[in-house]
Ligand binder design. Structure first.
Ligand code: SF4
Length: 215
């Protein structure tokens, strides 16, 4: 029978976030001018790097700032502007659908609740959590591939599903770090605890990390 991996203790969890908060400046690396930009950038970022999204949004935003601007540009116009990123046709469809629904149901404003955000086309739980956190300063915890990997590798959680990781982290992350926990784990995963070649030798949390302790 498989033994469940050992989790970090509450004090190790606190220490881990204290250290990450000293080393990482919490930030969203998707460029945006307002919450609508943020929502659209997050939708565009599926299976694409933030850098690539920033390149196409720089051009897109010369033409679009409001929901009506996107609708006027049209699905083909948006697709043309973002064609350098993957799944651009589906993403253009979502962008137009989002703008239409924001205008028809939300007075052109991006809503603040997860339930409302998830009624928008192409918006899932992760996107809603990012918008609530980065756009509206709420302590949600969006779990992407980096957060999922780092949380399980370090022993913060031991979960096999994205929602399981989110719920477990919400219970384990100290209150003072909850607002920025997503950024700490994501940026740590993107630049240090990389998927194929984690930089354990220079990692500031190596003394606590379960992957190292269980070696
Ligand atoms: S010690 Fe290695 S595996 Fe652990 S968090 Fe750091 S980089 Fe990741």
């Amino acid at each position: 029978m498989n033994k469940k991996p050992k989790l970090l203790t509450a004090s190790q969890v606190e220490q881990l976030f204290d250290i990450l908060s000293e080393h990482i400046s919490p930030r969203c690396e998707l460029e945006h001018r307002n919450v609508l930009d943020l929502l659209i950038a997050v939708v565009l970022s599926a299976q694409t790097t933030d850098k690539q999204v920033n390149v196409v949004t720089a051009e897109l935003w010369k033409k679009c700032k409001t929901c009506q601007d996107y609708i006027d540009l049209g699905e083909d116009g948006v697709a043309e502007a973002i064609k350098r990123i993957g799944l651009y046709r589906n993403k253009a469809k979502s962008v137009i659908g989002i703008c239409q629904k924001l205008l028809s149901d939300f007075n052109g404003e991006v809503p603040r609740t997860r339930e409302e955000l998830m009624t928008l086309p192409g918006v899932g739980r992760k996107t809603a959590n990012v918008v609530m956190n980065v756009g509206y300063g709420m302590p949600t915890l969006a779990v992407d591939t980096h957060v999922f990997r780092v949380a399980n590798r370090t022993g913060l959680v031991s979960e096999t599903t994205v929602e399981g990781v989110e719920q477990a982290l919400l219970k384990r992350v100290p209150q003072k770090h909850l607002l920025n926990a997503h950024h700490y784990l994501l940026l740590h995963g993107r630049y240090t605890c990389k998927a194929r070649s984690p930089e354990c030798d220079s990692c500031p949390i190596a003394a606590i990390c379960r992957k190292i302790l269980e070696k």
